[in-house]
Design a protein around this ligand. Structure first.
Ligand code: M6R
Length: 614
């Protein structure tokens, strides 16, 4: 979703802003723009539809000088993706320019008021309304820019991260946030502002995370100053970034997604580091230890998440119910927040999010918090909004995930949730020590086993070519592997634009079986555990109708190998850990099909990495 970058300092701002926009590309966008104040004190704005490269081409012969500037990648909400709607937006007098991530929900009311005052608009965006409102407030109330920003934001309903540049103050940036992320980077005599730390990390590791309804003023000759929109002073809290530049590079891989798929043995080791003691077969999870009573006395656990994180939540439901015997409900955050859910103060709510910024999940947390529930976050991005508003949690430590299609973040979530389920079960006494130790030991083997699955990459790439013309796929799985089927289908849809549906294998008879034909490949996730025999019967039913089956099976499975058209083997493991292995071939299938179809794997159309608006 929209990406924001701002710079003020002694260096040329333009190259820093453009590099920052490239780093933010992974968030997803459809137009880009930049505003700079040159040495003569003129505020210039350049914008282009499409990729950042198109903005660079457009700006080649323009005046891109200046030591202060703001830049933006826009993911369209109000108004189609075109140059007029791209950010930055000028105010009426062209004295101010603004960039914005979020949605001003009451923009039409505010716009009507401004039109009555004689204002006109050049774009269809809510953002232009905000910059006009700020300028109107400045002029009408005779106040300085920061006060005008505070007063304007008091009238706004919705979410925003904004940065405002003022031609009259060519050394100062004013920024604010509510619901959309914003981080300040502190360098030597220079400052950065961004939606996340990725454009900042190469310049500094000192950051300040701006909180909701805070307005920050940064200027190269002054300390950072933070006040709320109600004008209460806030001391800036400087934190250290746990991110390195190399994590943001492709490292020799053609795409971030492939790099991230191949990183999984290491990311899972990182997720378990310091938490699993393999010599003692023990898990020590500080978020659990600190809140042991809440978990073991929980009457119910509600898991809330979106997309891939929701799939990880479904796997956790199987594990928590099996090991801890606590009822679990898994909710789409977007539905949960609006359906007046029954939430009790004894409930534990687990919110799962890679980015930690997903607007619906944040709102679901807010609602559950208001009802007195205990909120535990499983999050990848350190310092993101979701872990900060939660009572406790567990970072997944998968490292920055740049590919829009989530891969390593998913397996790290499953590992974190499995560790949590094991801790609850052990402490409640609902999980036998033998079983607990066996699973803990096996968790330690998972990175090596994933390595073995990755060894089949070339073979999977070859066979994926055969399916590039398929119009539709079905993915089937049962038990712990039903969510894997959903995840495999989502991966294919996202990056190859082929329609795909995930189903519990036994549900096939209740509808989808009507679709079976030679033209529609069926991917069956069928490791030898749980309801294996029943899944074999499902495969027989598909073959009897001339369907083509790609099966993910346990190593040495002679039965399915004889009936399926294509088989990918994964090592044997504990049932609850099978998703960590079976999902790997599905990630690779989606990746290779998208590559042969020449799709934009890392930045698929219409998608955003971090969905910060509803
Ligand atoms: O950052 P989050 O985990 O909260 O994001 C949730 C979804 O937007 C995300 O998982 C999305 O479905 C991915 N693109 C899936 O690959």
């Amino acid at each position: 979703m929209c990406g924001i970058i701002g710079y003020v300092g002694k260096r040329d701002a333009y190259p820093i802003l453009i590099k920052g926009l490239h780093r933010l590309e992974y968030r997803g966008y459809d137009s880009a723009g930049v505003a700079l104040i040159n040495e003569a004190g003129k505020l210039n704005v350049f914008k282009a539809k499409g990729k950042v490269a198109e903005l660079e081409t457009f700006a080649t012969d323009k005046d891109t000088t200046g030591h202060i500037g703001i830049a933006h990648t826009r993911w369209a909400t109000h108004g189609e993706p075109n140059t007029a709607n791209a950010h930055p937006h000028y105010s009426a007098s062209e004295r101010l320019a603004i960039i914005h991530n979020g949605i001003i929900e009451n923009y039409s009311v505010l716009k009507a008021g401004l039109m009555q005052e004689g204002y006109s608009f050049k774009s269809d965006t809510d953002t232009e309304v905000l910059v006009q409102l700020i300028e109107y407030t400045q002029v009408d109330r005779h106040v300085d820019l920061r006060t005008a920003v505070q007063l304007a934001l008091q009238q706004v309903i919705g979410a925003y991260a904004i940065v405002v540049l003022d031609q009259e103050h060519p050394d100062t940036l004013i920024a604010a946030r509510k619901g959309s992320p914003l981080v300040v980077g502190i360098g030597d005599d220079e400052y950065f502002l961004a939606s996340d730390a990725t454009p900042i990390v190469e310049y500094t590791d000192k950051v300040i995370y701006i909180e909701d309804e805070e307005v920050v003023t940064i200027s190269n000759d002054r300390e950072v100053e933070i006040v709320t929109i109600g004008n209460v002073q806030k001391p800036p809290e400087i934190q250290r970034l746990e991110m390195s530049l190399s994590q943001l590079e492709k490292g020799g891989y053609p795409h971030f997604m492939l790099k991230e798929i191949f990183e999984q043995p290491r990311t899972l080791t990182d997720s378990m580091r310091g938490r699993i003691n393999l010599r003692q077969d023990n898990i020590s999870l500080s978020g659990f230890i600190d809140n042991r009573e809440r978990f073991i006395n929980a009457k119910r656990i509600i898991i809330t998440a979106c997309g891939t994180s929701w799939h990880a939540g479904l796997i956790a439901m199987y594990a928590i119910e099996e090991f801890a015997r606590i009822p679990v409900e898994v909710e789409y955050s977007s539905e949960f927040r609006y359906r007046r859910p029954v939430i009790d103060k004894d409930d534990v709510v687990i919110a799962i999010s890679q980015s930690g910024e997903t607007a619906d999940t944040l709102a679901a947390i807010q609602l559950a918090k208001e009802r007195g529930a205990f909120i535990f976050a499983i999050c990848n991005v350190v310092g993101a909004s979701i872990p900060r508003v939660s009572h406790s949690g567990c970072y997944t430590h998968a490292g920055p995930e740049i590919g829009v299609a989530s891969t390593k973040a998913f397996t790290a979530q499953v590992v974190a949730l499995t560790m949590l389920a094991l801790c609850i079960g052990k402490e409640k006494g609902t999980l036998s020590p033998d079983k607990y130790f066996a699973i803990v030991r096996e968790l330690g083997q998972i990175p090596d086993k994933i390595e073995r699955v990755l060894g089949q990459n070339k073979r999977i790439a070859e066979f994926a070519k055969m399916f590039m013309y398929a119009q539709s796929f079905i993915y089937l799985g049962r038990g712990y592997n039903f969510p894997v089927a959903l995840e495999g289908a989502l991966k294919l849809k996202e990056i190859s634009y082929i329609h795909a549906e995930g189903y519990p294998a036994a549900e096939m008879k209740h509808g989808p079986i009507a679709l079976i034909s030679r033209e529609m490949p069926v991917v069956v996730v069928a490791p030898q555990c749980g309801t294996y025999e029943k899944v074999v019967s499902n495969i027989q039913e598909i073959k009897a109708r001339k369907g083509r089956v790609i099966a993910i099976v346990t190593e040495g499975d002679d039965l399915i190998s004889k009936i399926a058209d294509f088989v990918i083997e994964v090592p044997r493991t504990e049932e609850c850990l099978t998703p960590l292995l079976t999902v790997i071939p599905l990630q690779l299938i989606a990746y290779h099909i998208a590559v042969v179809k020449d799709c934009d794997v890392d930045q698929p159309r219409n998608l955003a990495k971090s969905v910060t608006v509803e």
